[in-house]
Design a protein around this ligand. Sequence first.
Ligand SMILES: [Mg+2]
Length: 381
Amino acid sequence: MKIDRVETFLVPPRWLFCRISTDQGLVGWGEPVVEGRAEVVRAAVDVLAEYLIGEDPLRIEQHWQVLTKGGFYRGGPVLSSAVAGIDQALWDIAGKAYDAPVHALLGGAVRDRVRVYAWVGGDEPGELTDAVSAHVEAGMTAVKMNASGVLSPVPTRAELNAVVARVGAVREALGDDRDLAVDLHGRATFPAARMLLPALAPLHPLLIEEPLLPEHGDRLPELVALSVSPLATGERLYHRSDFLPALRAGISVVQPDLSHAGGISEVRRIASLAETHGALLAPHCPLGPVSLAASLQVALSTSNFLIQEQSIGIHYNLGADLLDYVADPEPLRIVDGHIARLESPGLGITVDEAAVRKADRSGHAWRNPVWRHDDGSFAEW
Ligand SMILES: [Mg+2]
């Protein structure tokens, strides 16, 4: 079997899919994307495709090595995401070739269903408690929220109180039997994070995400020392070597993104590295159905898995949503806050190719907003 074509599709709301076909008719789907830079990743996939044409798609690890290292320059969001989507598509083909779901090829399922959480609120959390009630009614057992909008470098007492009040309102609506994850989104400076972590601890967060920007990771040990809440990071880390310092710093939860951190192959290794540090896996996934399916395959076969992000109804999904691109939504249906084990060969979903091709004709040009402080200076989004 040989790879004969690699195509990419720029689809709303902000995603990029890739389709790898073979001379024997098997097709695999992947989702190589950096949110806001989808066109750049598309160009990277086009370049990597030069190597793939004519290759045996089942030699996934060999291709991963060549694709990540063979261009001499390596790593970073764009190249790692391009490889990630290709890697997902190759695993999809492998599963179909061996007539097995990917989790079976990874050693078999270690769980019967995968716990997922839902997002509440947007970038500027507002009517949060109604959203929480809707999720509770739908059976969700965990939600995640942004703790703040624009955050001053040293927050005022009022800002600090507002963050605690906002998170507290969600905790109140959620009750004590469900979990609340809090995302700082890299918006906090080190002094702000030092103030926020003890203030949020009484609300018992499941995790506090990106308490610092990745480039300030060398200060994580100081935050770990003062936080009783589990600290999480990793949506902006792309390789196990990026995760090692964070794990040595003592973070509790790693959050690699299946579409950024080298795909199924590398996230499995990141999970294993986390396991050796006693840390848990909670993959980042505010993305589309292919990335979610790849995440679920890893969750199903990884012992130190905690919880999975998914984007159904997320605030970014304007104009299109996750289930618009699958022929059958049933495998991704959330029941009692969980998605059941995927049983179909490959990634376990059927991409609606006609819908994808149609959506690509209009494409998208999604960009994240650029935020400013009151004085006009740049603020982290
Ligand atoms: Mg996040």
